[in-house]
Design a protein around this ligand. Structure first.
Ligand code: ADP
Ligand code: MG
Length: 339
């Protein structure tokens, strides 16, 4: 029997629907309870779609899932899939260790080292916090003066993960561009004075900095998601007068946007990572080589409902609608049967 954390969000309702339709035994559990382990006694696996913007998930999800994984229970996401979630610094060291083509990334925990690097490097560079999604906390640094100022801030007061003004600006942009709800704009005005719980929970990022080489002339990024030997992709166009694609809301889906070689490489990279699911965000250098800017296990599932189809490992393309959440359940069932 599979236990599913019942948060009614993202992958969860689809996992439940799939179990119902296939007659797969499942049980809804509340992973926020103190006695979660007891609730799981009669289960072979736990699935929890946890989020980087939910304070309870931030506090408990990795601890619980990794504890169960350590103890030998099948979990989704498991250690190799989830330990580096929403942590770009962890991803740097992981991708470097596996020789995967990460955009050259520089991480310093010593102010003098960071300043020395800034003195000798060229600009622009991209400055990133370890945490953040939808391009929040990803910014262009045009010159050394800006870099030094960011380094000094990071090694003194620190940098807020929840960027109130950034959130307001982004909501306004979405309201004007894609006629997103005005309520969101009003809410983010309120959030200037009373930030959400997860923003209060996350400490400032402090005493470390992370920069990447800026890969120019990318009007889009490409995200390829690999699950259980299947892959699908989207192309996200950058915001107007901006280099950032993630979160822009401007997405194209037609198959001709995606080079099969990139899909094939994504299968290889996913094989090295041994993750149950991995989304690769790619930009491209001047020779059109793909460079990974980040990886993630979680994604906004509705966005992918418009994909034209998916590829298998032999690069056969299956046109039509599919639900990647079903593949997650299938991979959990497979892991249970292999125990
Ligand atoms: N090193 C880089 N060079 C050029 N563009 C980048 C670089 N890193 C990120 N980007 C752009 O910024 C966007 C957000 O960066 P990403 O690291 O994926 O953060 P997030 O977690 O917010 O999605 C990407 O979608 C890509 O368009
Ligand atoms: Mg991204």
């Amino acid at each position: 029997m599979i236990a599913i954390h019942n948060n009614n969000l993202g992958f969860t309702p689809r996992w439940i629907q799939y179990c119902e339709s296939k007659g797969i035994h499942y049980k809804l559990v509340n992973c926020y309870d103190n006695d979660t382990i007891h609730q799981l006694k009669d289960c072979d696996a736990l699935m929890w779609h946890h989020w980087q913007v939910n304070s309870k998930d931030i506090i408990k999800a990795k601890r619980l899932l990794l504890a169960l994984d350590h103890a030998g229970k099948v979990v989704f996401p498991n250690f190799k899939t989830g330990w580096h979630f929403d942590d770009k610094v962890a991803q740097k060291y992981l991708l470097e260790s596996l020789n995967l083509p990460l955009v050259p990334t520089y991480h310093f925990v010593d102010r003098a080292d960071a300043l020395e690097w800034a003195k000798n490097t060229d600009f622009p560079k991209v400055f990133k916090l370890a945490k953040g999604a939808g391009s929040a906390n990803v910014n262009l640094v045009h010159n050394r003066k800006q870099a030094v100022s960011l380094i000094n801030q990071a090694f003194s007061s620190g940098i807020n993960v929840y960027d109130r003004l950034g959130v307001l600006k982004e909501r306004w942009r979405k309201f004007v561009k894609v006629k997103d709800s005005f309520f969101n704009v009003i809410q983010s005005c309120y959030r200037i004075f009373n930030i959400p719980r997860y923003g209060k929970l996350l400490p400032k990022e402090r005493f470390e900095v992370c920069f990447q080489d800026f890969i120019p002339d990318n009007d889009f990024d490409i995200r390829v998601i690999v699950i259980d030997e299947k892959a699908f992709a989207i192309k996200r166009l950058v915001r107007k007068n901006d280099f950032r694609a993630s979160g822009s809301g401007d997405i194209v889906y037609e198959k001709h946007h995606f080079d099969e070689k990139l899909i094939q490489k994504s299968f290889e990279f996913a094989g090295s990572l041994k993750a149950q699911v991995v989304a690769f965000d790619y930009v491209f250098d001047t020779d059109q080589n793909p460079l990974i800017v980040e990886i993630s296990y979680g994604y906004a599932i509705e966005v992918y409902d418009q994909c034209a189809g998916y590829w298998d490992k032999e690069l056969n393309f299956y046109e039509g609608k599919f639900d990647s959440c079903e593949w997650m359940v299938d991979s959990v069932l497979k892991a249970i049967s292999e125990k």
